[in-house]
Design a protein. Sequence first.
Length: 567
Amino acid sequence: MKRIALLLCLALACVGIGRAAYQAAAPRDVALSKFVPAGPLFYLEAKDFSSLIGDWNSSPQKKEWIRSDNYEIFSRSRLFLRLRGAGDQFAAAAGLPPDMNLLSQVAGKRSALALYDIGKLQFLYVTYLPSARSMQTTLWQARAKFEPRNAGGVDFYLRRDPESQREVAFAVAGDYLLLATREDLMAAALQLISGKPDRTVEDEAWWAQSTAAAGPAGDLRMVLDMQTLVPNGYFRTYWAQQNITDLSQYSAAVSDLFRSAKEYREERVLIRKLEPARNSSPESLSAVAGLSNLVPDDAGIYRISVDPTPDASFALLETKLLAPRLGPAPASQLAPQVQLTSGEQSSTFALETRIDQAPPEPSSALQTGSELKALLQKSPILASLQLQSTQLDSSEVFVRMNSAVVLAAASDWNLSEVQSAITDLIRPALTASELGVSWQAKSGFDQLDGLWPLAVFVRGKYLVVCDDSALMEAVLSNFNRKSAHPAADFIAGFNHRHERANFAQLVNLIDRPNASNSGVGVVRQPQFFSGNIASLSNTLSDVSSERIEIHSEGRKVRQTVIYEWAQ
């Protein structure tokens, strides 16, 4: 009996030892952010970085983009040249080119990249990669060219380029591969992995605020220190959207990307520095949801905004419908670019241009629209909807752009007042008499009796103004449709599948007079719209639509962006 008990104890001990050994060998499910020292401006984490790299390399989008005009233009940009210069410096310091071959080798499962300096591109990269695979990389094979160092009881390897003073360090700590462009970042990360307590990115206020407000992490998570990032000169220079003023109100942001076969969904949370002056009322948010019902299924692009000001509502009606071609162009917010030429002063396209007379002043035929402005100030506008679509004309040569504006007010509209205000605004631009500015009844709406098919419809608190009868009928047919979307502060969508071909045909006609034939030794310059942007559209031809919803919750702003893939 004693022998049986002894054997049982030994068996249990072996099981315990085996389980402990398995747990020690198994990957620790520890957040990689715990290994990232404090101080980064930008943090990016992937659940499976290796799969992301593999999907991109095998995707038709990559192949199409590499041979597109968009990539050609990008490859000449200042940003691309700066990145290539940084890559050359990395290669000089590491003795290895930072190409796709090296990236594929060091791409493990869970991976994190922390950027500490935008100008110098100083970063720390941590990835879960079994040590057997780490030791097969060209980086590990070239360790003899590096100087050995030690931190946290782990050896790492450092190499420095004497010319640029760039540093490259790497280490293999268990099943983690680390790569850094600063020795102190590598040493600090290895100390954290060894268990030595120190400040990490998780101790940063911007990190804690944004990640606490976000949901579960996606396939790819990006966390940003907006308060430090936005004022940075490099960020302001290279940020393509140029919406620095809008971004300056935020202190932190987090974005999670979820991928599936049918769609890519991006969940964003932005943290405001201050509480907003006012929040949208439930009535206004309900009006946004109501306007979303009116959007036709084949609409090209639409935008629904909550609580627009009277001036914003007037500008929307004026620029999209009532006077889209009159008046001076809006002042540019960007510095002019220097055009380097061979010294020519003009071209054969300017033979009819008078050089002995001053250019004509912009038309001032339009009045101030005081009657329409007064009408818009009469009752608060709860929400506005802007609709635009394109269609080929009967000859299938020219592309027509149709627009509609829908305003939801706090009180009922008066149809006669609306018609009078619109007529007062457009009469000077259309006629010297009353021709073409009288309203006649159509099937469900009123329309001008001239050549301009401007139409108006009023139902209670809703005002619809449109320049195409078919688009008007499509909007009116949706008034009884039930709400499919929750209330939001902003909703917008773009139907790429519907608009892509029409856009290409339109911009080809616009750019054709500016196209130049490439001669021997002349570098081809793709046209911006018909070459650069159209090629990007072709690259993303499998993206059928894009939709965004924005919800404001005090200091938190939640944004959901959905990219739908064509089936």
